[in-house]
Design a protein around this ligand. Structure first.
Ligand code: ADP
Length: 474
């Protein structure tokens, strides 16, 4: 753990395993209550001077961390593939995406503007200044183990906040590698602190309950996000919540079905479906169903599952055994209720995949609202296809979910694209585009997918307070 500028070890550790092989690849400290308290104390104490550094100093340090990430891109990516399982190419992309946030917020640090406001009184002036919220408690997930750290730590540090971060217990090694970079970049002691623990609840509870922590930023599942938000509310803490999703993808008859199938095969199976913006329901207008399914089936048939370090592997392992059980349960339930299984549908147990958590890339058609997969987030390599007839029907189905993170539209009809874009209750919408994410663009969800936005100009606002000054001028 990295607390107050020092690497801290303990007698208590827990194992980190490679999900492709089951092999133990490291041991990390299991924090005690005292460690958590020390980290919060260090962040609190460091905040007094950190908030008074200039934006240019903070920007320079973030810029240096960005450079170090790019210099160490290959090592970081290899570690990520071993710890999280995604194919090496995807890991390299993620390190780049993660680094983008540091560069973006190195720049945004210098653009934290206030304003002056005209008063109705001749003898009065108003001005508004932005200030850091204070100590930030950050909890990050395992599916994007590096970029979810920089997406939170980057804007927090840029704004002048200090941080205590708890990474997912399955991917603490990536977090340690990132904190080595923060250390090498030269952030003052106590400004960034890392606490690792096998049981996340005590860390979450301490971050929510300790009055020195002023903000909770979380990426993970909706149930945990709700629990943290409720607990943070007891102290009226600020929160940013990036939670689950159940993205619909709407393929209209006006689209090229082959192009749509190609795009959706890429985004659906990205990170083996373990992404909150992964399309969970692919809604296809009946006229183009046949060519769409033909192309998607062909592409899924050509996907190779395996160890992400091996050339040509597209489908990495799922993160653990529970993920396999959940995916398989959704597939069985769909088939039992009448879905057609067009590819996959089983755990992969060949000798070369032994020890890993692999599930075959799967294609289900004729999915209906009665099936679990229609409502539950899958987080696995299963494409669920649902037919529709009219635009109104597709929109109603797409919005028929408690989630509101990402959605996708395929159509060449501009009016239809605008109508559907405006009608979808989702925060991120790709139109004939499968990658509407960038450090420069606001990422976040509506409804039970969360609160707040990350990246973009909005990203730094989440870590700033607005302070009003009113002065009487004699
Ligand atoms: P997932 O189902 O994708 O693993 P989680 O919400 O369980 O999503 O995990 C996301 C992050 O939240 C991880 O860092 C995990 O350790 C953390 N987490 C899980 N449960 C709690 C909890 N009760 N309190 C605080 N953090 C938690």
């Amino acid at each position: 753990m990295y607390i107050n500028g020092t690497w801290v070890e303990t007698g208590n550790t827990f194992d980190v395993t490679n999900p492709a092989t089951g092999e133990v690849i490291g041991q990390v400290p299991d924090a005690s209550a005292a460690h958590i308290d020390d980290a919060i104390g260090a962040a609190h104490d460091a905040g007094f001077s950190w908030r008074h550094t200039t934006a240019y100093e903070r920007s320079g340090l973030l810029y240096r961390a960005w450079q170090l990430m790019l210099e160490q891109k290959r090592e970081l990516a290899e570690l990520m593939t071993r710890e999280q399982g995604k194919p090496l190419k995807a890991s390299l992309n993620e390190v780049q995406y993660g680094a983008d946030f540091l560069l973006w917020f190195a720049e945004e640090a210098k653009r934290v503007y206030g304003q002056t406001i005209p008063s109705a009184r001749k003898d009065q002036r108003f001005w508004v200044q932005k200030q850091p919220v204070g100590v930030v408690g950050a909890i990050t997930p395992w599916n994007y183990p590096i970029s979810m750290i920089t997406r939170k730590v980057g804007p927090a540090l840029a704004a002048g906040c200090t941080v205590v971060l708890k990474p997912a217990e399955t991917t603490p090694l990536c977090a340690m590698a990132m904190f080595r970079i923060f250390e090498q970049a030269g952030f003052p002691k106590g400004v960034v602190n890392l606490v690792t623990k096998l049981d996340p609840a005590p860390v979450g509870n301490a971050l929510c309950d300790d009055p020195r922590v002023r903000k909770i930023t979380f990426t993970g599942s909706t149930p945990v996000g709700k629990m943290l938000n409720e607990r943070a509310a007891r102290h009226m803490k600020r929160v940013s919540m990036e939670l689950g999703g159940h993205a619909p993808a709407l393929v209209f008859a006006d689209a090229d079905p082959v192009h749509a199938a190609k795009g959706l095969s890429l985004v659906k199976f990205l990170n083996t479906g373990q992404a909150c913006i992964s399309p969970n329901r692919i809604l296809v207008q009946r006229e183009v169903m046949e060519p769409f399914l033909g192309e998607l089936g062909k592409r899924i048939g050509g996907m190779r599952a395996g160890n992400g370090m091996d050339e040509g592997v597209r489908i990495g392992p799922l993160i653990n055994e529970a993920a396999i059980v959940k995916v398989d349960r959704q597939v069985r339930d769909a088939v039992d209720k009448g879905a057609r299984l067009l590819a996959g549908g089983e755990r992969l147990l060949t000798p070369e995949l032994a020890g890993g958590h692999f599930y075959a890339p799967t294609l289900l058609s004729d999915v209906t609202p009665e099936m679990l997969i229609y409502r539950e987030e899958t987080f696995g390599p299963v494409a669920a296809v649902i037919p529709f007839d009219t635009e109104a029907e597709a929109l109603a189905m797409a919005n028929d979910t408690a989630y509101g993170l990402a959605a996708y539209i395929y159509t060449e009809n501009l009016s239809q694209a605008m109508r559907v874009f405006e009608g979808l209750d989702f925060g991120i919408i790709g139109i004939n585009d499968i990658n509407p994410t960038s450090a420069a663009a606001p990422f976040g969800g509506m409804k039970e997918s969360g609160l707040g936005r990350e990246g973009a100009r909005e990203g730094i606002e989440e870590y700033l307070e607005t302070k009003l000054g009113g002065i009487a001028v004699a």
